[in-house]
Design a protein around this ligand. Sequence first.
Ligand code: MOS
Length: 758
Amino acid sequence: MSARPHRVAGKRLKRIDGLGKVTGKYVYASDFALPGMLFGKILRSDEAHARIVRLDVSRALALPGVRTVLTAKDIAPIRFGTAIRDRTVFAAEVVRFRGEAIAAVAATSLEIAEAAVRAIEVEYEPLPAVFDIEEALKPGAPLVHPGWSDYQALPVFDREGNVSGRSAMAGGDVEAGFAQSYRVYEHHFTTQPVHPGYTEPRTAIASWDGNGDVSVWCNTQLPFDMKNLLAEVLDLPASKVRVVVPGIGGGFGGKLRVGVEHIAAWLARRSNRPVKVMTTSEEELTDAYPRQPTVITLKTGVSEDGLLLAREARVLLDCGAYANSGPATAAIALQIVAGPYRTPNFSYESVAIYTNKGATGSFRAPAGPMGNFAVESQIDLIADDLGIDPLELRLRNVYREGDKGPAGDVLTSVSIEDSLRRAADAIGWKDRRPGPGRGKGLACSWWLTTGGSSGVYVKINPDGTVTVVSGAVELGSGAMTGAAQILAEELGVDLTDITATDVDTNLSPYDYGAQGSRTAFSVGNACIAAAKDLRRQIAELVAPIWGVAPETIRLEDKGVTSGNNRLSLAEVAALSQRTGGGLISHGTSIQPMPVFDPTRVKNHPLPAWTSHSFHTHAVDLSVDEVTGEVSINRYVVAQDVGFAINPTYIEGQIEGGVAQGIGQALSEEIVYDGGRVSNANLTDYKMPTMMDMPRVECILIEKPSVNGPYGAKGVGEPPCIQPPAAIANAIAAATGVRIQALPITAEKIALARAQDED
Ligand code: MOS
């Protein structure tokens, strides 16, 4: 790593929220309670697609301790949704997936609420259902939303019937490219639904005051979006809604959208008491926002020496019963199927599709692992066929500085070659098949640092400490510590001098939210802006006293200096309070959108990526000859982070992302049996444990971005993108078995081997 001129930024310092969390004193939303609080519970559909012909809550209402029972009839009939307003708080006449909320109860104890839910009587008249995306596209397929054309929706997506969105990107002449090709390869890949696996269940506690204002304490990633969503479904002006995030135990995209907040708010409104609602594991696995399953077809034409000449890709993405971010995720898949590869002629299209399964959503690097599994598996298949080393084939095709991305945007700070070489060196690539049943695999990718604006209020207190009020929550990644390190650097204080407050939409400045690998980046930039403004305020205050030019004023070592003059930051903050209301600033930041070529893009909300990053994973694994069980010997990640604000927490993000990626690669799947999830518990839904995790060797590459604080790039999402492809490639190297459907279970490997031997 480069020599560091910094005191605080770039150092392995302890996180500002660490002690409370490791001692168990930190209050997460799920710990939060209010006096007199009731407990809410949700009745969920037993049918995947059916008309509700009778819904009788009278037995539930009669139970002692039950204060409220709500169904669609009792609340405002408002549709909401991310891309399409296709969903209501409770299913009204029709249920569209098994697990959909039909009614909710508030009672004086959780046990009573559960009993009341069981006492509600529902009769259904089943409707024809569709569970498979290819079936859902056929003419005459049952429509999940017969009224789709009346829904309000973002105009960017092209919709029809079960298609909730279509997007495309194209450049060059793909047919001519195939015609020129030495060989053309076509492969199909499928990926499964996986749960984000956050530790803390989704939770909300709602309370109404005497003025008709509601406060909701919850663990959302996007408090300002949540405020607006709640205002909509409660049919209130947004000014009447306050969202507070006391603490959030992981999100990974699964807490971007409404979970139980709307139900808690309605229950509290009708019962005139605070109400807490928290999900169970079963509810998490049947009605959350898992990663969308996909079916991906890739057709790639190459020259004799392995240069990519043309590629056609079709991505079908299963949204489940409600579109949510499915159409946007399908669009993002287009950049992922491009890979980090120069491809002169291409035509990519994606289709987001409704089915009668649980709604899905954005999960850490939406579209990333699915598209990358397809692209990076196919690169290895092509390399094998051409007899070119897979590393060499990648090196011949990867983007170089100044190349254009699929939307025609110019790529800068391109580091993919470096990451490939360093990961390959670290894993010992020259010896790809070190022994029987053992093999090595590589996968590389690119990703963005999401834009959107960030704001912070920064206050210098009269004891010299600093308070930062941000609208972004600390998900657990350490991103807010990273932003605080930037702020400490800029203000000349220590990290331990900085405190970050909880997010409260009544008090916090707006932030686009903890999503899209953007928090440390964007909040860090906002902190730089706030610090600059504070330096100006301080200079204007102190320079006249000392009779020096304002430009000579410096902030260092917890003090304000100019030549031989020095005051402590505490003294200056106290002086400012006496004379001018104190030292406080609102810093903001936003990333400029890159210029792109609109003729290459159709129906895409995010055609050009901001501050992209590049990364390579390399794995060395062994496969049991009899059982097909995979054990990972070594795992290496070379990730370009631009500037490592805190290497320790970046490594933590990489380890966690690799764990999620290993789960998606080998064991995790929400298994549907028709419309029913058959493994809706954490015993049968197999997330990796510490025992399954290899040590992850992290190589942090620092090729500075143009826009990030000190050159930083987004870090959080990328590490979960490549594990499925890297592992699939290593399994193929170890066994000769190529599995093109995730997860690659031991059973699939063993069966494929048995077939090979037949
Ligand atoms: Mo992420 S899927 O933007 O939380």
